[in-house]
Design a binder for this molecule. Structure first.
Ligand code: SF4
Length: 729
């Protein structure tokens, strides 16, 4: 029996695991007591990880060899790796030569390791000359990225998990860590036990399990967060709870913001948000004073407030404004750069952070550089050894599929994600995939909705079988290690990319040294480290040997002999040109698709406690189905009564884009005229469950693809729908 230390592949908490294996079989998983994210604990998903490797029946069988489909809708036939790699290189080279490199697109994943991300990005931007590379992290974190950058000057979450132990007030907005980040929630519970005076404020349209624990719960209307945050600031200004001297010394833009929030008093916000004005005042008081009801004797020694936020803020057509409006509160009260204080975005996926670090998105470049900055493009071109990095911005996730549906993007290479289930506006996404001349899917799991629409499938290794690194929500980089060999002919993602890249180089730059000389993921990592030299996330002092010797480390870590940095901005110098943080004065805007008489319900989507994304992995574990055995639509009991529905009966949900039939479940924790459906189910999983086939499509067909104008993140948290009794044929 062997033991291998690695990292959980599910959420952005990034818990350390110890895998036990015998031969080529993973036999067990337990928490790594030495890992600083979880200290040995695992949640229901993490503790059953070995079951995903040993389950006798898979929802989506592992891909074991390359497969091709000679005609759309036809059967898959196996082919040799060499032929598959030649085919991808030939089709991509031909389409680029005929239509230009922007006819190519890459849609990758926050499940990939940093090394995978790095080579994908270099292939697209450095070798092929297109910035059309984006990721499902666009659905997860891009509003947090844009918010940090415009408010603090860099995409750098300033806090660490240790800050829970120092906070007097925890302000959780648009996040349900009790379900989506369970080990963090255990740490929050520990911190509250240690400090019974700590106040927990939760802001959410649903009374979640996290909200059940709150000292103050604000059940706001979907999309009204900016109005709430502005009103809290209004109260802080009116009551003199801000820190004027700190604002003067360390920020810019205060006067404009003060004018903006002047018109958003608690009564006005109460009308928009649907919560009592008194609750807004109480939230402002606890936020300003770190959970205390009154100021300390010395106002400058106020207790600390830590905010946690996730998709409820990010997946919004006002996502960037929501992030910055919350950061405004921290700046106004000097609640940042101290133990227990700061705005702390939680990442959904295990390596959404790593993808940002390598610039693996249509709008970013390596080492937190900006695509729009000519000097940054020149630096990256020099680091990569290419003539130039293209200037034209690439298509972000939704725009990439819209361009494909228009026939502009003609070839898509999708890796480790399932856009035919997970993107909103499914009709458009499927039209895009059908219209593409060539769709290649690099995946561990066959049988997904996207696999059914791809021309070529490349089998990839997955958790427990591959080596590399990931970065969790607190900027901590952990090693991912292989415990067993991948099944069949499956290969590591970075190696597949390098193999295609070298074939493309033979066509595009014959006779020149390869840009992809990597023999191991560590060699990719070392090149990535060099791209961070002198940048805010500098990790030149963090070798794999150091990670081996000292365990997971946060960035920045520029000095191999000095400790890494757990907390940022402790000197109150921010990452802007003048070192001052910026107040952002964006006005509140309603959701992109308002409810009306025909579509009176506000539909929101989210995660279940025991499942993950499209169920490819978590759905193989029988135990995890006990929590929620089938998809349902949750409605307030009043709404069931009004529509004459009883628990378990089928309702039809209709949006402007599609319809879906689901059993109804009464839940008084959902506000009236709102509905909740979990995001996990798609047609591949639901196939065969309903003789009429009416339960077969996932909730994302109902959602719209409108995006935040700055972050380009779609508004997956809200669509207007109608709900009525289903009439089955
Ligand atoms: Fe894995 Fe997240 Fe659970 Fe930790 S909290 S065990 S990272 S799913």
């Amino acid at each position: 029996m062997r033991e291998t230390k690695s990292t959980c592949p599910y959420c952005g908490v990034g818990c350390g695991v110890i895998i036990t294996s015998e031969g080529d079989q993973i036999t067990g998983v337990r928490g790594d007591p030495a890992h600083p994210a979880n200290f040995g604990r695992l949640c229901s998903k993490g503790s059953t990880l070995h079951g995903t490797a040993t389950a006798p029946v898979k929802l989506h069988e592992r891909l074991r060899q390359p497969m091709q489909r000679l005609q759309r809708g036809g059967a898959l036939t196996p082919l040799a790796w060499a032929t598959a790699l030649d085919t991808v290189a030939a089709r991509f080279a031909t389409i680029a030569a005929t239509h230009g490199p922007d006819a190519l697109g890459f849609y990758i994943s926050g499940q990939l390791l940093t090394e995978d991300y790095y080579v994908f990005n270099k292939l697209a931007k450095g070798l092929l000359g297109t910035n059309n590379i984006d990721t499902n992290s666009r659905l997860c974190m891009s509003s947090a990225v844009a918010g940090y950058k415009q408010s603090l000057g860099a995409d750098a979450p300033p806090c660490s998990y240790e800050d829970f132990d120092h906070a007097g007030c925890l302000f959780i907005a648009g996040a349900n860590p009790a379900w989506a980040h369970p080990i963090l929630f255990r740490r929050i519970e520990d911190a509250r036990r240690a400090n019974p005076l700590m106040k927990l404020i939760v802001v959410d349209p649903r009374r979640t399990d996290t909200a059940e624990e709150a000292d103050l719960f604000l059940q706001i209307q979907p999309g009204s967060d900016v109005a709430l945050f502005h009103a809290m600031l209004h109260v802080m200004v009116w009551e003199g709870w801000i820190d004027a001297a700190w604002i003067d010394a360390h920020t810019a833009g205060w006067d404009a913001l003060k004018r903006q929030v002047h018109g958003m008093g608690p009564r006005e916000a109460a009308r928009i948000c649907g919560v009592p004005a008194e609750a807004i005042v109480q939230a402002a008081r606890w936020f300003a004073w770190g959970g205390a009801d009154t100021p300390p004797a010395e106002a400058s020694r106020r207790a600390a407030t830590l905010s946690l936020y996730c998709q409820g803020l990010n997946q919004s057509s006002s996502g960037t404004a929501k992030n910055s409006a919350l950061i405004n509160l921290h700046l106004a009260c000097a609640q940042i750069g101290r133990p227990g204080a700061g705005p702390f975005s939680l990442t959904g996926q295990p390596n959404a952070m790593g993808g940002r670090e390598v610039g693996g998105m249509a709008t970013l470049l390596s080492g937190h550089r900006e695509l729009t900055n000519p000097q940054h493009r020149a630096e990256v071109a020099a680091l990569w050894g290419v003539d130039a990095v293209p200037e034209k911005p690439g298509h972000a996730a939704m725009a990439m599929f819209e361009a494909a549906a228009r026939g502009e993007v003609k070839a898509l290479w999708i890796a480790c994600t399932n856009p035919a289930q997970s993107l909103p506006d499914q009709a458009l996404v499927r039209e895009a995939l059908a219209k593409c001349e060539f769709v290649v899917l690099q995946e561990a799991f066959g049988g997904t909705e996207t696999a059914a629409l791809a021309d070529l499938l490349l089998p990839a290794s997955t958790w427990g079988e591959k080596e590399g690194t990931v970065t969790n929500s607190e900027r901590r980089i952990s090693r991912v290690r292989a415990a067993v060999a991948a099944p069949g002919e499956a290969r590591e993602d970075w190696r597949i990319v390098v193999d295609v890249a070298q074939r493309l180089e033979a066509r595009l730059r014959p006779g020149r040294p390869t840009l992809f000389p990597y023999a191991t993921p560590e060699s990719v990592w070392n090149e990535h480290r060099e791209t961070t030299r002198g940048r805010d996330l500098d990790i030149t002092g963090l070798s794999w040997a150091r990670l081996e010797a000292e365990g997971p480390q946060p960035w920045p870590c520029p000095d191999a002999a000095a400790p890494a940095t757990a907390r940022l901005y402790t000197d109150f110098r921010f990452a802007t040109a003048d070192g001052r943080a910026r107040f952002v004065d964006t006005a509140w805007k309603p959701v992109a698709e308002g409810c009306d008489a025909r579509h009176p319900f506000a539909l929101t989507t989210g995660r279940l406690r025991d499942q993950w994304h499209g169920l490819s992995r978590s759905g193989t574990v029988t135990k995890l189905w006990a929590h929620a055995p089938q998809p349902v639509v949750q409605l307030h009991p009043q709404d069931l009564a009004r529509r004459g529905l009883r628990e378990g009966e089928l309702a039809e949900l209709k949006s402007r884009r599609g319809s879906l039939v689901l059993p109804v479940q009464a839940d008084a924790r959902i506000a009236p005229l709102q509905a909740f459906v979990a995001m996990h189910w798609g047609e591949a999983v639901l196939a065969g469950r309903d003789a009429q086939g009416r339960l077969r499509a996932g909730v994302n067909q109902l959602m719209h693809g409108k995006v935040d104008p700055q972050s380009l993140q779609p508004e997956l948290k809200h669509a207007a729908i109608a709900i009525g009794r289903a009439t089955l044929p």
